[in-house]
Design a protein. Structure first.
Length: 616
């Protein structure tokens, strides 16, 4: 967020970039601000989503020159061959398919390798729509994984270091003044289909206690409605996910799930309350608007994230519930990851996964160790595809990752691709089409690869650029689906460039050849991020500045001009609030822009918002 002239820079969600962060060294995440997100925090905290007692990430070493090339090894099962265009492949090209080369040497797909960069984005994530300022962290875009990150079966951790505390539902304010200045889960029915908490009080129509639409300028959109954050522990609390249907927007926060009408923000149902904090949610809803929430089994150090509850977003009714059992000796349900593909829910433990029918809770199948030593490590899903990443041969000479596509209904493996030793599949930028982001700790290198429907290698990104999609914390987990600000369609990948210099670009990259097709510059001196493709246009979000609200813009994906056209200009009077949604979650639906917090500060002094809706 650009600062006003003649004023010192604000700290945002941490110390200014030109100062070392307080305590913990570089890489220590910062505490959410007490008021409006400005000013450096008093002490470092555990990162959002980290289990209780997790220390801040250790300092990251600066990027170092690559080590001498290792002996060539096959990747994805491909033997060493001449390059795809007839030219001999450079000896040991640095990517998951061939062995490394010296800096600047073209890889087998024609683009210079970038071993000098710590990750694909080359810099720490910036404060995009409320993301905390921080140095690179292990396993995430912009950073090299911690030593050994790819050499173990990574546990899937979702949760936060928060103490148990009663939650009071916040108030919904609908603003309609016109802007004139006014062990495995076992399916069972819930014992309490009417929920265990009363609905949070709603303000009368037109009531706007904070007067957010005061002095709204000509051409600016309205704050349609907003909802204050519920009480949370002083150490903060997770507020994961946001699900938008044609009628409601649902949001999890600490121990509750809220739902509001998309147009007026009034309570649609609930809130639904849970006895312990929410520790995981399905990032997407099912085809028929079902989601699953996981919450802790207790408050002790031995408590597990193993209690499941299905919710119907249309009605707010609780469906089946169950408990996730532990697997083998090292296959704990201490933490779980939830993935939805169509009507299949995949619950991942640290070394296995179990699939259920999301409507009934009926168990469909188990995904367990296969081959000599391959353990499922993470999953990513879409409406029709389910991707599994497995960690194989941990600690041995044949240590590597494998990517598989599964039939969501049966778990049958459709295809398998092995990844070269030393490379870890860290993220999926898209599931359909499949676009994966890989990192190599030893070589301090990165790679973005795309695949065909039948799992064959399609291309790798050849654009020599620093990219900066918004990706969540990945400390002790492998969160394949933790990125926002990146979109793909059948033929094109849309990536935002690095945002360290404020204004950035969106680069359209052809999936057939990995080359840039076109670029579009942000219309303001603020970063721009793709959100979704809608009606043949790419919809993107432009962050607010100190004196102007954020924008929603549309970029034509075909033709000769890709200049952003403004769909929504958020009011300048709420720019500061808009920019301080911690770990923000955004969406665009039916002409409305929604932004919500991914984590609550827990400060008694903060006038914190949980969610806001903007529209014309």
């Amino acid at each position: 967020m650009t600062q006003p002239p003649n004023q010192p820079p604000h700290g945002g969600f941490g110390a200014p970039q030109d100062q070392p962060p307080p305590g913990g060294g570089f890489g220590a995440p910062q505490t959410p601000p007490a008021q409006g997100g400005f000013g450096a925090p008093s002490a470092p905290q555990s990162p959002p989503g980290a289990p209780h007692g997790t220390p801040p990430p250790p300092a990251q070493p600066p990027a170092a020159p690559p080590q001498p090339p290792a002996a060539p090894q096959p990747g994805y099962g491909y033997p060493q061959q001449p390059g795809p265009y007839g030219a001999p492949a450079a000896p040991g090209a640095q990517n998951p398919y061939n062995a490394p080369v010296a800096p600047g040497t073209p890889g087998p797909y024609g683009y210079p390798q970038q071993p000098q960069q710590p990750g694909p984005y080359g810099a720490a994530p910036q404060p995009g729509y409320g993301y905390p300022q921080q140095q690179p962290y292990p396993g995430a875009p912009g950073a090299v994984p911690q030593a050994g990150a790819g050499k173990k079966r990574t546990a899937l951790i979702v949760g936060a270091a928060v103490a148990a505390l009663a939650v009071i539902g916040g108030t919904v304010y609908a603003v309609t003044s016109g802007g004139d200045g006014k062990k495995k889960p076992v399916a069972q029915q819930s014992d309490d289909p009417k929920h265990s908490a009363s609905a949070s009080p709603s303000a009368a129509g037109g009531d706007d206690p904070d007067n957010l639409n005061a002095n709204r300028k000509a051409g600016e959109a309205k704050v349609l409605w907003y909802h204050s954050a519920p009480d949370a522990p002083g150490s903060g609390a997770d507020a994961p996910g946001m699900w938008v249907t044609d009628k409601v927007v649902a949001k999890a926060a600490y121990k509750q799930v809220f739902a509001y009408g998309t147009g007026d923000g009034k309570a649609a149902w609930g809130p639904i309350s849970f006895p312990q904090k929410i520790c995981a949610v399905t990032p997407q809803k099912s085809a028929d608007d079902k989601v699953v929430v996981a919450y802790m089994s207790g408050v002790s150090d031995r408590a597990k994230c193993n209690q499941l509850q299905q919710i119907d977003l249309a009605t707010g009714q609780k469906g089946w519930s169950g408990q996730v059992a532990d697997g083998g000796l090292f296959d704990s349900a201490l933490n779980v990851e939830l993935t939805v593909s169509g009507k299949t829910l995949l619950v991942a433990r640290s070394e296995s996964g179990t699939a259920y029918d999301i409507d009934s809770g009926k168990k469909l199948y188990d995904k367990q160790k296969y081959g000599s030593a391959c353990f499922p490590a993470a999953y990513a899903g879409s409406a029709s595809r389910l991707i599994q990443v497995a960690s194989c041969g941990a600690g041995g000479d044949n240590e590597h990752d494998e990517i598989q596509e599964l039939d969501p209904a049966t778990g049958k493996v459709k295809w398998t691709q092995a990844v070269k030793k030393g490379w870890q599949v860290s993220r999926t930028f898209s599931v359909d089409p499949l676009v994966v982001y890989l990192t190599n700790q030893d070589k301090k290198a990165w790679n973005i690869s795309t695949f065909t429907k039948d799992g064959k290698f399609r291309s790798e990104v050849k654009v020599d650029e620093k990219f900066g999609p918004r990706c969540g914390w990945q400390i002790l987990e492998r969160d394949l689906q933790g990125c926002q600000g990146v979109v793909a369609d059948a033929d094109t990948l849309y990536l935002p460039t690095d945002t360290t210099s404020s204004a950035n670009e969106i680069v359209a990259i052809g999936l057939a050849d990995g080359k840039a097709k076109w670029r579009a510059k942000s219309p303001a001196d603020e970063p721009m991020y793709p959100m979704k493709e809608d009606g043949g246009k790419l919809v993107a979000y432009v962050q607010p500045s100190y004196d102007s609200g954020g924008q929603v813009v549309a970029l034509p994906v075909t033709g000769s001009s890709h200049a952003p056209a403004k769909l929504l200009q958020n009011p300048s009077g709420t720019a500061e609030i808009e920019d301080t949604f911690y770990d923000g979650v955004i969406d665009w639906s039916d002409g409305r822009f929604f932004i919500s917090a991914g984590r609550l500060s827990g400060s008694d002094q903060a006038k914190e918002k949980l969610i806001m809706a903007f529209g014309n």
